[in-house]
Design a protein around this ligand. Structure first.
Ligand SMILES: Cc1cc2nc3c(=O)[nH]c(=O)nc-3n(C[C@H](O)[C@H](O)[C@H](O)COP(=O)(O)OP(=O)(O)OC[C@H]3O[C@@H](n4cnc5c(N)ncnc54)[C@H](O)[C@@H]3O)c2cc1C
Length: 535
């Protein structure tokens, strides 16, 4: 009995310098700590580790399984308590008053009509899914992560898929509702933890929004921000019987993407549903009632809007803090090359957190779109497993939204001159963007699957546009014509290309080490780390 207990305490020990590292079944400790009765939870080692359990992580997991990773090789660590899901559902189906979408119905990869990966799927495929656990620190030189539960996780390859958030990059548990509103407070607005001020990034936010929305039915809702979160939330609030006012500093909604003509169409549509717009001004402060709830919104132009609830959609911040000072950053994200590989050759980044070379525009960009996260996830797996075969990620930016009965898609880049087409008083219209006389971007409202596909293909081909008036009159027909007769290859100044130099090639690594060896690596990392007082 005594012997068994000893074995449980320490299965072996390794000498490092003048000290010993004892390797327990679930813990590691030095001789000094052993004598003092201190034990630490032992680390685990995986070939592949993904930090973040959002869209990119879900699609990458699926791709790893397709690629035949062995049981026990892949680990996903996510701060969220649920398995990866299709985040765009939160501002659409999740907010419907009738038959709303709820998990498990929208786990990845249903967004692309793929297999729905419920938690059981990860288990069946030998993927370690560590949920509700934040990674507190990362050491890319030692290839280790430290979780909030005190566990050290070692990796051979790390994929950073931490996405972005509306708040400071702190653990949810360390964020009071007031701190969650820090982004507003950065603009000098104090929310005083008001329970009727809502954000929308994860399921917890969506649940809170649903509760507040349902309890204020018939009341006044103020939406701060005129981007897609603001637009989608405003539509949902209307559908849930709230009177909505949208406030934003720009002269139009969706200012980063829409032309004034396109914006005017959506604003008129929203107005026909009762939405009011207050443009060219910003929120300066809230008024609170005796319950601590916001009851009015004060604007810089001196006006006051009564409010039973507020929804804030004023942008996001990539979750890069684990890697600041360790990896090269650009455009606010982790800079990666066309293999999604960062400045450290064992670390890759995908999704909202990654700034990657968008070949078609010839620039490094960070995109906050679900399609980009899904495709980069697929690409990164092949780039890690078959680096020689995987080419450079060649992505055509794609973004979509659905509000009320409307639905639009956008491809490419909204740079240069614009030509609108179609019937802006009807159901189907769009726009083309031309840079140096080549088609670089396209937008379509109310299209069919074939029309959207034609537009995407035509945009990718970047044809030269000789006659803008002809383009306007042909409209969608132009896209179909182009894909039937693809243009000759592009001149270099229009094509763009990867802006990053590849690190040295990687080779597939297989976990052949046994338990003791893996534990020794973790123990060494732990001992070395403590010796260096890095964590
Ligand atoms: C409400 C909403 C609606 C959207 N609608 C659309 C749309 O209509 N069209 C479109 O193209 N895009 C849309 N998007 C954007 C799209 O969802 C994102 O681009 C996509 O989710 C990015 O995927 P990701 O995996 O990079 O990040 P996310 O899906 O955000 O996942 C990041 C994950 O990392 C976790 N994490 C972060 N830090 C840590 C840490 N230190 N330790 C452990 N875990 C951590 C987070 O908790 C989260 O689970 C929408 C986004 C939102 C919020």
């Amino acid at each position: 009995m005594k012997e068994k207990k000893e074995r449980e305490k320490s299965i072996t020990h390794v000498q490092f310098g003048s000290d010993y590292i004892y390797l327990g079944l679930n813990c590691i400790y030095t001789r000094r700590e052993k004598e003092g009765g201190v034990q630490h939870q032992m680390g685990r080692a995986f070939v592949y580790v993904i930090i973040g359990g959002g869209v990119a992580a879900g699609y990458a997991a699926h791709e790893f399984v397709q690629a035949g990773v062995s049981s026990g090789e892949l680990c996903i660590i996510s701060e969220e308590p649920v398995a990866p899901y299709e985040r765009p559902a939160l501002s659409k189906g999740y907010l419907l008053p009738e038959a709303p979408a709820r998990l498990p119905s929208f786990h990845c990869c249903v967004g692309t009509n793929g297999e729905r990966l419920a938690p059981k799927w990860y288990n069946e495929n030998g993927i370690e899914l560590i949920l509700g656990t934040r990674v507190k620190s990362a050491d890319v030189r030692r290839k280790t992560l430290l979780t909030a539960t005190g566990e050290t996780i070692s990796y051979k390859y790390l994929i950073v898929a931490t996405g972005a958030r509306h708040t400071v990059d702190l653990p949810t548990s360390e964020l009071t509702p007031g701190l969650k509103a820090l982004k507003l407070e950065e603009f000098g607005v104090n929310t005083l933890d008001a329970p009727n001020v809502c954000y929308l990034r994860d399921v917890a936010d969506a649940d809170r929004l649903v509760d507040v929305m349902q309890s204020r039915s018939g009341g006044q809702a103020v939406v701060i921000g005129g981007g897609y979160i603001g637009m989608e939330c405003a539509a949902s609030l209307v559908i849930n019987n709230l009177n909505v006012t949208m406030v934003f500093p720009e002269a139009q909604c969706m200012a980063r993407l829409f032309t004034p003509k396109i914006a005017a169409f959506y604003e008129e549509f929203y107005q026909s549903k009762g939405v009011k717009f207050v443009k060219g001004t910003v929120l300066t402060s809230f008024d609170f009632n005796s319950d601590g709830k916001v009851c009015a919104v004060n604007l810089r132009d001196g006006s006051k809007l009564p409010a039973d609830m507020v929804v804030v959609g004023i942008g996001i911040r990539p979750n890069t803090s684990l890697f600041e000072g360790q990896l090269t950053m650009e455009k606010g994200g982790i800079k990666v090359n066309g293999k999604m590989q960062s400045s450290n050759s064992s670390v890759y980044a995908i999704g909202d957190v990654a700034a990657f070379p968008v070949k078609i525009v010839g620039e490094t960009r960070r995109l906050e779109h679900v399609d980009s996260a899904r495709r980069a996830a697929r690409h990164v797996v092949s780039a890690i497993i078959e680096p020689e075969k995987a080419g450079e990620f060649d992505y055509l930016p794609f973004f979509y939204s659905r509000v009320f009965t409307l639905s639009w898609q956008f491809y490419g880049d909204n740079a240069g001159e614009v030509v609108h087409f179609g019937n802006f008083s009807g159901n189907t219209f769009g726009a083309y963007w031309m840079n140096k006389s080549h088609l670089v971007g396209s937008f379509l409202e109310g299209g069919t699957k074939e029309q959207y596909e034609a537009l995407a293909q035509a945009t990718r081909l970047k044809p030269k546009i000789e006659d803008f008036a002809e383009l306007e009159s042909q409209g969608l027909e132009y896209a179909f014509n182009v894909i039937q007769k693809p243009p000759s290859p592009l001149p270099a100044e229009v094509g763009g290309g990867s802006t990053l130099v590849l690190d040295k090639p990687l080779h597939v690594w297989h976990a052949t080490t046994g338990v003791i060896v893996a534990a020794s690596v973790a123990a060494f990392a732990y001992w070395y780390g403590r010796k260096r007082k890095r964590w």
